[in-house]
Design a protein around this ligand. Structure first.
Ligand SMILES: *[C@@H]1O[C@H](CO)[C@@H](O)[C@H](O)[C@H]1NC(C)=O
Ligand SMILES: *[C@@H]1O[C@H](CO)[C@@H](O)[C@H](O)[C@H]1NC(C)=O
Ligand SMILES: *[C@@H]1O[C@H](CO)[C@@H](O)[C@H](O)[C@H]1NC(C)=O
Ligand SMILES: *[C@@H]1O[C@H](CO)[C@@H](O)[C@H](O)[C@H]1NC(C)=O
Ligand SMILES: *[C@@H]1O[C@H](CO)[C@@H](O)[C@H](O)[C@H]1NC(C)=O
Ligand SMILES: *[C@@H]1O[C@H](CO)[C@@H](O)[C@H](O)[C@H]1NC(C)=O
Ligand SMILES: *[C@@H]1O[C@H](CO)[C@@H](O)[C@H](O)[C@H]1NC(C)=O
Ligand SMILES: *[C@@H]1O[C@H](CO)[C@@H](O)[C@H](O)[C@H]1NC(C)=O
Ligand SMILES: *[C@@H]1O[C@H](CO)[C@@H](O)[C@H](O)[C@H]1NC(C)=O
Ligand SMILES: *[C@@H]1O[C@H](CO)[C@@H](O)[C@H](O)[C@H]1NC(C)=O
Ligand SMILES: *[C@@H]1O[C@H](CO)[C@@H](O)[C@H](O)[C@H]1NC(C)=O
Ligand SMILES: *[C@@H]1O[C@H](CO)[C@@H](O)[C@H](O)[C@H]1NC(C)=O
Length: 565
């Protein structure tokens, strides 16, 4: 639901025409004057108010703020039609205000000038379609895009590598199965069928300032016949102790494989980088569908990896390119869950980092969310909730009843789609006593909670969780307890390995954010963050940094502490 900014033509001024006798002829000023700018094409359009007069022409002047005199607008002198192209105007900068005026003329008589509101060309400029070039493979289409405007574009000189491209692709035979994708200037659309015609269109947009572009024309291309040798599939890379293990699946035996890598940032830079792929050491001419190489091969960063099979004479096409973030390849370990009754109707759950921290657990590097499954021991009905916090309470329970809980950690970004296995199940009995009166709300929302949950963006679910667990907008007092049990000092002194009873340390993730900036991931990340912070209602001031998760930075911690206390 992007706001479609800038796509409407700029209606500058539609003032009343002036009627003044000039040189004997009644010539009126043009009306409905509009300026439209697409990339580097500047067009001025108007309506003639003197249609009854024959052989009228129009001329326009311009002025740049700070100049005293008007200059003839190139391309817009003695125009017989009602539009002119002034793309050849020489502007010092597209960020500088410009003023235009236009009048009608015939022989020696002229109309009064019609003056257009001053405008900044860059602000009014719309993004034209990118140039699209396609190449078919059997199960993929290679696309290469040139940024909107010409190579020498003045308008987008600062932005041409900031464009984000959205592509819509469909089978020509079925417009219904449309796929929308964000693509790099050089990219491949995978998972297509051989010998099938696909059609696609692409548009570019800018994030800052926010501008949406026009779609390209529709391009259609037919994928080739099935390649003799299929491409390797399911390429997967994982960190194991000091090495990376790269694995893939292949249909046939007795093949040799090679694997290559590319810096991910190159994908963002327009142009052909196909010659920048490099061989991964130890993954050249391997005869197994896997290879192992030292972690030192890849310094911290984001990469793409691809694999090719060969039978000595012929080679397959390259596999799908696997995005590989060195920080994300480690295994996500399951959390440790503790539960204990806090009164006659509530169980408090605390989630902490696994004791296992030898092999680079990412649990401490990324903001995690937890999928928590909670049920009454004797019931098969499960409540599945998503929690950002590591310390929370299930209220409104039956007294003297055994409830069980288990949880798994998820990385907050669906691009990576990482989840741990579930923790051990922990069961605990509530204390004796009468049930709390307020089980009505829980009942209403429980029906929703039982529905298997789509992990992201389930607005209603978040609201429901908030509603059930925090009917008031005040964070639950258990958070304070969490802090008081663990003195501030200790938290600060704790290393990430040193596990605390109920709290663990989340290291500051600035580095991650920076890396994401460099990558298309960040958009989805931001989208998700803003969505959750918007949707989670009362969660808003106990976001990632709150609860039991403590930032490394002291000022940040202090801030969080203040917020929650
Ligand atoms: C200017 O636009 C208005 C509204 O669209 C229209 O009614 C009017 O006729 C236009 N003026 C001329 C001279 O065409
Ligand atoms: C309009 O201009 C054309 C040539 O420029 C000329 O032949 C014609 O006579 C003119 N018409 C009027 C009404 O002035
Ligand atoms: C406008 O004029 C420029 C040359 O000044 C030209 O390159 C461009 O193609 C023209 N644009 C349109 C839309 O005709
Ligand atoms: C326009 O004015 C010039 C002198 O200023 C004169 O010589 C010429 O005859 C005039 N033309 C018309 C069509 O009035
Ligand atoms: C700008 O002008 C050029 C040359 O006429 C043309 O090829 C291009 O399509 C125009 N761009 C737009 C967005 O109108
Ligand atoms: C797409 O399909 C239509 C009919 O379904 C056909 O007429 C057209 O030629 C196809 N286009 C391409 C590029 O194959
Ligand atoms: C290869 O395929 C098998 C089943 O066909 C699957 O279990 C395995 O996970 C796949 N390997 C990879 C690396 O995806
Ligand atoms: C992590 O460590 C455990 C025990 O030290 C080991 O069993 C496991 O294989 C390791 N995992 C990885 C991915 O290295
Ligand atoms: C692969 O090679 C081995 C020995 O080189 C041979 O025994 C086996 O039959 C071959 N397998 C296939 C599927 O060709
Ligand atoms: C290699 O491909 C060619 C055609 O592309 C084919 O004629 C030949 O049989 C293939 N060789 C092997 C060993 O598959
Ligand atoms: C949970 O219920 C099962 C039978 O349904 C029982 O065997 C088990 O002891 C119960 N667990 C606890 C912790 O009470
Ligand atoms: C259960 O707890 C509530 C609130 O703390 C209290 O009002 C109620 O008396 C307790 N019930 C029993 C049986 O202790």
């Amino acid at each position: 639901m992007l706001a479609f900014l800038g796509a409407t033509t700029l209606m500058l001024v539609a003032g009343a025409p002036w009627v003044l006798p000039a040189g004997g002829t009644d010539l009126r000023s043009p009306e409905n004057v509009t300026v439209s700018i697409t990339d580097d094409n500047f067009t001025l359009k108007w309506d003639s108010s003197s249609e009854s007069v024959r052989n009228v022409t129009f001329s326009a002047d311009y002025q740049i703020t700070g100049m005293d005199n008007w200059i003839k607008l190139p391309g817009c002198q003695y125009i017989t039609s009602t539009e002119c192209n002034f793309s050849s105007v020489k502007l010092k900068s597209v960020y500088e205000k410009i003023k235009l005026r236009i009048r009608a003329e015939k022989g020696n008589s002229t109309s009064p000038w019609f003056e257009v509101d001053p405008f900044i060309p860059f602000q009014e400029a719309q993004i034209g379609p990118p140039d699209v070039h396609l190449e078919a493979e059997d199960k993929a289409i290679k696309i290469s895009l040139s940024p909107p405007g010409t190579k020498k574009s003045v308008m987008w000189a600062m932005d041409s590598s900031s464009f984000v491209y959205s592509l819509v692709i469909w089978k020509n035979s079925s417009r219904l199965e449309e796929r929308t994708k964000t693509v790099y200037p050089r990219d491949k659309i995978h998972k297509l069928s051989p010998e099938t015609t696909y059609c696609l269109k692409v548009k570019a947009r800018l994030r800052s300032p926010r501008k949406d572009g026009f779609y390209s024309p529709v391009y259609c291309i037919k994928t080739t016949a099935k390649h003799q040798l299929p491409s390797p599939e399911n390429v997967e890379i994982n960190a194991e102790n000091q090495v990376y293990v790269l694995k893939w699946n292949y249909t046939y035996e007795n093949m040799t494989f090679q694997a290559q890598w590319l810096h991910a940032f190159l994908k963002k830079i327009p142009g052909d980088h196909s010659d920048k792929w490099k061989q991964i050491p130890n993954c050249e001419n391997v005869r197994t569908p896997r290879c192992v190489f030292p972690q030192s091969v890849f310094p911290k960063g984001i990469y793409f990896i691809r694999v090719q099979a060969s039978n000595g004479n012929n080679a397959s096409l390259w596999s799908e390119e696997k995005k590989f973030n060195t920080e994300m390849q480690t295994i996500l370990l399951p959390p440790v869950v503790n539960m204990r009754p806090i009164n006659n109707a509530s169980l408090r759950v605390c989630i902490s980092a696994p004791t296992e921290s030898e092999n680079n657990s990412v649990n401490q590097l990324y903001p995690l969310i937890y999928e928590v499954i909670f049920r009454e021991n004797t019931s098969n009905t499960e409540r599945k909730v998503l929690e950002k916090r590591t310390d929370f309470t299930f209220p409104n329970l039956k007294p003297l009843t055994v409830y069980c809980v288990k949880a798994r950690a998820l990385i907050e970004n669906d691009k990576w789609n990482k989840s741990s296995v579930f923790s051990d199940t922990v069961c605990e009995k509530t204390k004796p006593g009468s049930t709390s009166k307020a089980s009505l709300i829980a009942g209403i929302c429980a029906a929703v909670l039982f529905i298997p949950v789509v992990i992201y963006g389930v607005k209603f679910l978040w609201q429901c969780i908030s509603y059930v667990f925090f009917p008031s907008s005040k964070p639950p007092s258990t958070l304070d307890e969490c802090f008081s049990e663990q003195p501030l000092k200790n938290l600060l002194l704790s290393t990430s390995e040193e596990q605390t009873e109920r709290c663990f340390i989340i290291e500051n993730t600035n580095s991650v954010t920076i890396m994401e900036e460099n990558d298309q991931i960040d958009e989805d990340h931001r989208k998700y963050s803003s969505q959750t912070s918007r949707d989670s209602g009362v969660y808003s001031n106990e976001d990632e940094n709150s609860g039991c998760k403590i930032g490394e930075d002291e000022s940040q911690l202090a801030g969080v502490f203040k917020l929650d206390s």
